[in-house]
Design a protein around this ligand. Structure first.
Ligand code: NAP
Length: 726
């Protein structure tokens, strides 16, 4: 691996790489990098897709912090690196010593798959680990593993730095001495239990919100330039600022602890907000609704109109499900099974509430600013000219429950001693139960500021420590072969809006926004008007898993997707129906006895769907029944979880797989069927996987372990395809 150019930076001692989907791995790796610099190491910090910025042939010490997404897939910002890694041959990394910290969740299959794959691949390429791999589990709390892993890494790292430089007969003996001191310091530090007394914490400085803003005259890169014409003309009203909820938790256990340990390190303050002086004022009115150019998507951002919105479920259903059709002016290139992303803004009243709580004046929220600073989070780097309003709308995640490091930061900025004490307690090892109870109420940033009103954090600190805003992804439920199919996408989703037992109302980011854009369409109605002004920022999600219909139309497919997990299969069925129509026209078959010929050209399509009540949430029922009638869908199996004694059914899709086990095995064994599973990665996917193993054992004659290996092989061969969602 060679650097892209001679001027590319090169790490003498340590390079920290990250691959992050939601920003966790990025902030942890930044923390390692910053600590490394503080400890006297020479350190560089890169996203994995920037792998070519360092000279891998010379790299001696590498630290990776990588998360896993979907069905054990690497994060989007490392896919280029993985492609590169796959192509490499031989053992070109013999000099490199590495350490890997993986982030994952044991509720999902393929726990920390990226970290494990990376470990194997680096060793195949000749590199060797200098420190044991750490695998942190979000199910039990990432910090449980992350903090001790980092703490214990420093002595191992220091040793490796010393051994590599002395092995080379280091040209700078004084560096070795320095490194020896580092090792000594670290070991001493380790011996001393890193503890902190609540009352010994330094008093927070009260910083007015815009204190960190300095003036600069600069060229303006207006909002319109990046993504011309994209706007969200509805939904971004000048909403009344929300007030936030008071989060009630029991702090009585705090009295039992005078010493707090394992307090997270507060990330460095790197971000500077600079006013952009311009003769052009920030856009107002309709202009203000343009999508800012700093949004970064994995594929080209496009502007979508709304063609129609339909509500699929009555009020009696547990969930409100909408089907939305988007229209485009240009032709699209996609296949059924692909997904797309929508970049939705944070709720406007939440944004305005947060800005008000941070004491940003109405005048300041609309000023154009630039975000600058060394090694600021990647999602903030493209913000060259934007209003604070847009930065809070589109760039940061205001709704995900806080991490301990955030709580610790807010504690540092609390002016009230009692509030500071509570926040410090929650950030400590001793306050973990209180922290978990606090997080269980999914507090937004506004709720935290409302609950601890003396917290006065500078805006720059808030922006750089919040997780990045994430696009929301939906499966495409239609086929490009259908009428105007190349100029439209449909999707189906549940509107995420619910109330906690404490009476606190919570809502998702994108789905309630789409619901409100279409004025909450009632059940059974399809609305096609009223969206003339609306343009939404969307993009195609790269499909790494090849979750598409087989090119050979005679290959049978078994589709398993309860709830909205059925979405891609509706696209598969429409596609197959169109393929049949085309074939029918081409060969003029399909009449009377010749109908058989048409069926011979297409393999079986079996669908296993699951709902709670047939009358309430059997999504796309009429389409399914029509496809069945037409012979497009060969078999339809519907599990019903909350109705008693439904004939020929079962509670869950996996129960129906068990019932049909023998016939499923025959379809797999005799006709080489493909299996597709779509939906919830936690419960459903695991149970379906177990049931498929049972089918292989019971009807295929496999031993249990052999069945598991066979399924894994099918997954590798793209014969068993899964599109799993968190
Ligand atoms: P849902 O309404 O929560 O559930 C649908 C059915 O599945 C219900 O009958 C439910 O039964 C049952 N179910 C619950 N636990 C199960 C388990 N362990 N095994 C099998 N069945 C189980 O479904 P949903 O909310 O629509 O969720 C589907 C999943 O698909 C989500 O993870 C979603 O993100 C994902 N997805 C969405 C799209 C999209 O484009 N919107 C596309 C693909 C996938 P009970 O509740 O009665 O137990």
């Amino acid at each position: 691996m060679a650097p892209e150019s001679d001027s590319a930076p090169y790490a003498g001692h340590l390079t920290v790489f990250f691959a992050s989907q939601t920003g966790n791995a990025e902030s942890i790796s930044r923390n390692i990098h910053e600590q490394a610099l503080e400890k006297g190491f020479k350190s560089l910090h890169f996203v994995l897709n920037d792998f070519a910025k360092v000279d891998w042939d010379k790299e001696e010490c590498l630290v990776f912090v990588v998360s896993t997404t979907g069905d054990g897939d690497p994060p989007d910002n490392s896919t280029k690196f993985w492609r590169h890694l796959r192509k490499l041959k031989g053992v070109g990394l013999t000099k490199a010593k590495f350490a890997i910290l993986g982030l994952g969740d044991t509720n999902y299959d393929n726990f920390c798959q990226t970290a494990k794959r990376l470990d194997t691949r680096l060793q195949e390429l000749g590199a060797s680990p200098f420190y044991a791999r750490g695998l942190a589990d979000d199910a039990t709390g990432l910090e449980e593993t992350v903090d001790p892993w980092i703490k214990d890494m420093w002595p191992a790292l220091a040793q490796i730095v010393i051994s590599t430089s002395s092995a080379q007969g280091s040209p700078q003996p004084q560096t070795t001495k320095l490194e020896e001191e580092i090792v000594k310091d670290i070991i001493e530090q380790q011996e001393h239990d890193h503890s902190s007394h609540i009352t010994s914490e330094k008093t927070a400085t009260t910083a007015p919100a815009m204190d960190s803003v300095v003036k600069e005259t600069g060229a303006v890169d207006t909002l319109v330039e990046g993504v011309k014409g994209l706007s969200v003309a509805a939904g971004l009203t000048s909403a009344v600022p929300a007030a936030g909820y008071h989060i009630d938790v029991d702090f009585s256990t705090m009295a039992n602890h005078t010493t707090l340990t394992a307090l997270p390190r507060v990330p460095n303050a790197n971000l500077k907000i600079t006013n952009v002086e311009t003769t052009t004022t920030a856009p107002t009115g309709k202009q203000a609704k343009l999508i800012p150019s700093f949004i970064q998507t994995p594929t080209r951002l496009m502007s979508a109109k709304i063609n129609s919105v339909q509500c699929l479920t009555p009020e009696t259903a547990l969930k409100r499900t909408l089907s939305v059709e988007f229209g485009f002016d240009d032709d699209l290139d996609y296949s059924p099974g692909d997904s797309f992303g929508i970049w939705a803004p944070n709720d406007d009243s939440l944004v305005r509430g947060v800005l008000a709580a941070l004491s940003v004046t109405d005048e300041d929220i609309n000023k154009l600013v630039k975000l600058e600073g060394e090694d600021i989070p990647t999602h903030l780097q493209p913000v060259h000219s934007a209003t604070l309003l847009d930065i809070f709308r589109y760039s940061v995640d205001l709704t995900t429950a806080p991490k301990k490091a955030n709580i610790r930061l807010y504690a540092d900025h609390a002016t009230d001693a009692a509030e500071k004490q509570k926040l410090m307690f929650m950030a400590s090892k001793q306050g973990v139960d209180v922290f978990n109870a606090f997080r269980a109420q999914s507090p937004t940033l506004l709720d935290i500021l409302h609950t601890f009103p003396s917290v006065k954090v500078p805006v720059a600190r808030v922006i750089e420590t919040l997780p990045p805003m994430q696009p929301r992804y939906y499966s495409i439920t239609n086929s490009p072969l259908a009428k105007h199919g190349h100029r439209r996408w449909s999707c189906a989703f549940n509107v995420v809006a619910y109330e906690l037992p404490e009476g606190i109302k919570r809502r998702g980011v994108c789905t309630p926004w789409l619901d409100e854009l279409s004025s909450k369409v009632p059940f059974g109605k399809t609305v096609t008007t009223g969206f003339a002004d609306v343009r939404l920022p969307v993009f195609v999600k790269p499909n790494e898993t090849k979750f598409n219909l087989p090119s050979d139309t005679t290959t049978p497919v078994i589709m398993i997707g309860p709830g909205t997990g059925v979405a891609p299969f509706i696209g598969f069925l429409e596609h197959r129906a169109e393929q049949r129509k085309i074939k029918k026209r081409l060969v003029n078959i399909g009449v009377g006895s010749r109908r058989q010929h048409l069926d011979d050209l297409f393999g079986d399509m079996w669908l296993f769907f699951g709902c709670r009540h047939r009358e309430r949430d059997w999504l796309f029922r009429s389409q399914m029944e029509e496809y069945k009638q037409e012979g497009v869908l060969t078999e339809l199996h519907v599990a019903v979880s909350r109705e008693e004694d439904v004939p020929n059914s079962g509670k869950y899709v996996q129960d129906l797989l068990r019932k049909e086990g023998k016939r499923i095995w025959n379809l797999l064994d005799k006709k080489g069927a493909l299996i597709y599973v779509c939906g919830d990665a936690k419960g459903m996917a695991k149970s379906v996987n177990d049931e498929l193993i049972n089918v292989l054992v019971e009807y295929g004659g496999f031993e249990k372990t052999a069945a598991l290996l066979e399924l894994n092989k099918w997954a590798q061969e793209k014969r068993y395809l899964r599109d799993l969602w968190a």
